[in-house]
Design a protein around this ligand. Sequence first.
Ligand code: SF4
Length: 265
Amino acid sequence: MSFVPPGSGWPGDPAAPDTPVAQNAREVAKLAAESRTPADLTARQSVCRACPRLVEWREEVADVKRRAFADETYWGRPIAGWGDEDPHTLIVGLAPAAHGGNRTGRIFTGDRSGDWLFASLYRTGLAAQETSVHAGDGQRLIGARMMAAVRCAPPANKPTPEERDTCFPWLARELALVAGTTRVIVALGGFAWQAVWPALRAAGFTLPPRRPPFGHGVEVPVSYGAAPVTLIGCYHPSQQNTFTGRVTADMLDAVFARASALGTL
Ligand code: SF4
């Protein structure tokens, strides 16, 4: 079992050795509610130990590693929200990958899905670099912020409903802390589409009474106070979807160009 100790010099580590650690669902809710800034919140997210199965899995993967990354130190901790602290566009996924974010310490970084995603964000002006390889590689989001509904890599990429619910306050609080500037939310895949809906409501967004079916490019008008906000569906750039052509670079670019245009109106 291994993980990077908080505050030990990992680039971009949001936590310090004395960052409070949530050990169960009740403590997640309490620490999330008490976080006053995205920096406070991401520090606490990044050391959370509330889901025993996921803690064991993420640390075991970090210990055993994949052969191609045998010489690397794996992050082995939750993947905190990352990006602009005053974003106009949020990008919400389901959960990090065992040898992607769980290795590199940054969301959507170090796997094929992330390669597709960051290339599109770069082409549409939302990222500073075309690639995202590792925390500390100089990559930066421009007016955008990324977060996952479940912050720890789950076995077979499938969190349980209980794990999703335990992690919910981290997502809802992060949405609330950046709601004032947010104008667009892009949900990557049907699971993220489902997960973000109640979190938006809990964060104070006003939503239609029913959640429309997920689809690529589907737009739902929501609001935050008097500000119009748009929720957009986007097929996940998973290897299965990109191999089969279900999602193409042009399709991703269309969604993120639309997000960028709405976000900077
Ligand atoms: S999935 Fe979320 S709630 Fe569970 S241990 Fe990871 S960060 Fe904590």
